[in-house]
Write a protein that binds this ligand. Sequence first.
Ligand SMILES: NC(=O)c1ccc[n+]([C@@H]2O[C@H](COP(=O)([O-])OP(=O)(O)OC[C@H]3O[C@@H](n4cnc5c(N)ncnc54)[C@H](OP(=O)(O)O)[C@@H]3O)[C@@H](O)[C@H]2O)c1
Length: 228
Amino acid sequence: MAIEIPRSARIYVAGHRGLVGSAIVRRLRAEGFENLLTAPRSELDLRDQSDVNDWFRRHRPEYVFLVAGTVGGILANSTRPAEFIYDNLMIHATVVDAARLHGVRRLLYLGSSCIYPRECPQPIREEYLLTGLLEPTNEPYAIAKISGIKLCQAYRRQYGCDFISAMPTNLYGPHDNFDLQSSHVLPALVRKFHDARAEGRDEVTVWAPAPPGASSCTWTTSPTPASS
Ligand SMILES: NC(=O)c1ccc[n+]([C@@H]2O[C@H](COP(=O)([O-])OP(=O)(O)OC[C@H]3O[C@@H](n4cnc5c(N)ncnc54)[C@H](OP(=O)(O)O)[C@@H]3O)[C@@H](O)[C@H]2O)c1
């Protein structure tokens, strides 16, 4: 259901420096929303419930975009699974509960397409959630994201909170993370092909840590095959 948010509403964008958060801030400003609330991580660690409650008490947001989280690609998910599950579980829990406590009118939480089973029929439909095993490399992250969706549903059912979730697929754009150790596949490919062109290389290694017995995947960047 579409709702009209008054231009003067106090809108909190949690994660405003990130890829999604910065895009939301740009769009809201362009649409004439002037009362935007943001807090850098150095000022407010969203994993800390009492700090989050205190921040909500002082700033009284009416609408919340919950787009903060520990986010990354295959390598980051594989090597930092504890951070991916702990940080995301905590961030959703603190912000959703503070939003209820302080009477937030509507909250949007972002899940991710990786919450669906690895062998999900295509195209993915909402009802496929929790019908099969997850992709193992990002299972901790996916479980945290599923818990965030269920958290919003539970707060709606028990407390009548207007908290909703949306599931984006892979995203990329301005202010993305282009770090090759932690980025998602799309920004990593953009970075690798950009660097190859800038350095005059005609090959790009798409994925370096090859499994035992297999070679990594190499693409040519020019229309003609590489000579080596
Ligand atoms: N990117 C994608 O392809 C994609 C796909 C599907 C779903 N999503 C979802 O979309 C949301 C946003 O993703 P994104 O790609 O925009 O991520 P991002 O660029 O990494 O931004 C994450 C934001 O969260 C903030 N943050 C992280 N931990 C925090 C903490 N403990 N306290 C306060 N702030 C914290 C970061 O602050 P700093 O700037 O200080 O680091 C950053 O502003 C996430 O929920 C993600 O699951 C993303």
